[in-house]
Write a protein that binds this ligand. Structure first.
Ligand code: AMP
Length: 281
């Protein structure tokens, strides 16, 4: 596997793949890999083409009060794991390579960035859209793989690709969970054993909502309150939001009449965890 540190090296690698007639399949990440990341890489590999993964903890998507400095990092482990699932190149740039002195340009997808996580992290998705747009220009992938764990991020990238006429297929990938249902996340390492046990309430509450919809519940308010109550019963949980929104526009709904996103963000100690499910009538 090649480790690429500069944009020039990436462009050269991509050119070489294209000369062999290969498609480029891209998985953007911030590293500290778990099965969620690896599922995206395997999918990219299984769909053919040359797989390139970016590993970049993007400072632009962290607010000054957030966990940029202590975000978990382990390059050697990530290197081994990526290699084990057949990744062919790992793009691991320095911050200065992505944002040289004097960098200014931002990409915004304003409507989709405003609700849900955008409310408590108002600049986060500008940072995400900007870095992904830069990576798309640098790597020129044919396909890019995104987890539904970060559902709002996925919707924003889909909208950006459409709005900017990028010839890239965005491939949404299902949420990978631990055996007890907790969605895998690099940030789960922040949890104490007690918080780790409490955090399973997120999946249990979402499952409850799914079952309600399956048995005919259509009222968004009832679902939202039910999820809120279940999470609030956990003393270690501090709710940021519980929302029931249209799965495409992310606007609030009153009734479950279309594919609908039930999304939660909850603090357990220092860790802010997100999870979601899409329900259909
Ligand atoms: P991150 O390194 O957290 O920026 O995540 C990189 C990619 O992996 C994003 O597309 C995430 O949505 C995806 N991802 C993270 N956790 C999971 C998970 N538990 N299941 C599926 N995809 C995930």
């Amino acid at each position: 596997m090649r480790i690429l540190r500069t944009i020039a090296e990436v462009r050269q690698w991509v050119r070489a793949q294209r000369q062999q007639g290969r498609a480029i399949h891209f998985v953007p990440t911030m590293g500290y890999f778990h099965e969620g990341h690896l599922s995206l890489m395997r999918r990219a590999r299984d769909e053919g083409g040359a797989v390139i993964v970016s590993l970049f903890v993007n400072p632009l998507q962290f607010a000054p009060s957030e966990d940029l400095e202590r975000y978990p990092r382990d390059f050697e482990r990530d290197h081994q794991l990526a290699q084990s699932v057949g990744v062919e190149a790992l793009f691991h740039p320095e911050v200065g390579e992505m944002y040289p002195e004097g960098y200014q340009t931002l990409v915004r997808v304003p409507k989709l960035s405003a609700p849900l996580c955008g409310r408590s992290r108002p600049t986060h998705f500008d940072g995400v859209a900007t870095v992904v747009m830069k990576l798309f220009h640098i790597l020129t992938p044919d396909r890019a793989y995104f987890g539904q764990k970060d559902y709002q991020q996925l919707r924003i990238i889909q909208q950006m690709v459409r709005d900017m006429n990028l010839p890239i297929e965005i491939v949404p990938c299902p949420i990978v969970r631990e055996a007890d249902g907790l969605a895998m996340s690099s940030r789960n390492v922040y949890l104490t054993p007690e918080e780790r046990r409490s955090a399973t309430v997120l999946y249990r509450s979402l499952r409850w909502a799914e079952e309600q919809v399956q048995s005919g519940e259509r009222d968004a308010c009832t679902l939202r309150e039910g999820v809120c109550q279940r999470i609030a019963r956990e003393p270690l949980a501090r709710i940021d939001y519980v929302e029931v929104v249209d799965a495409e526009t992310l606007e609030p709904v009153e009734q479950i009449e279309q594919p609908t996103l039930i999304a939660v963000a909850v603090f357990f100690g220092k860790a802010r965890l997100i999870d979601n499910t899409v329900v259909r009538p």
